[in-house]
Design a protein around this ligand. Structure first.
Ligand code: MG
Length: 156
């Protein structure tokens, strides 16, 4: 989905406005889209990379469909544990067992595994990984604008 985004500071707070191509067409018609985007200061935002990756993961998906959500949720936790394990071993062994480059590559592989399970879980839930990434970034930018990046709580 093609989207457009603009950021502006209102009352000292960063606000992000996102609008889809279809919404702009509803407002001004197809012929008015370019002018609307220009005048309103929107920037095209379309990153299908995550969705393309999500679609590609279906080729290597092998788990019982009846337990897909449980399997994939556990997979995320398991692979996150492998990230933690690689970190733990680096703290313990440092570069005595592998070079830093080898360790970074091992971390990269485990991060990729977390990503694979995340993409499959999103898919099984009918979610778009690109949308998840976008929503996550908007949430964090909003927290940053409000000065609440630190602290805890899902809904701050
Ligand atoms: Mg792994």
């Amino acid at each position: 989905m093609i989207k457009y985004r603009k950021k502006e500071i209102i009352n000292g707070e960063m606000q992000t406005h996102t609008v889809s191509y279809e919404e702009i067409v509803q407002l001004v018609g197809e012929e008015g889209v370019d002018q609307y985007i220009l005048e309103e200061g929107y920037v095209r935002y379309s990153d299908e990379t995550f969705n393309q990756y999500q679609n590609a993961t279906a080729q290597t998906a092998k788990y019982p469909p009846s337990h897909a959500l449980e399997y994939l949720s556990l997979g995320i936790a398991s692979e996150a544990g492998e990230v933690a394990g690689k970190m733990k071993k680096w703290i313990r062994d440092g570069d005595s067992k592998m070079t830093r480059d080898e360790w970074v590559q091992a971390m990269s592989s485990e991060i990729g595994d977390v990503l694979w399970y995340s993409a499959r879980l999103a898919d099984e839930l009918g979610l778009s990984l690109s949308q998840i990434a976008e929503d996550n970034m908007e949430k964090l930018l909003d927290r940053k604008a409000r000065g609440v990046i630190g602290g805890s709580g899902d809904n701050r």
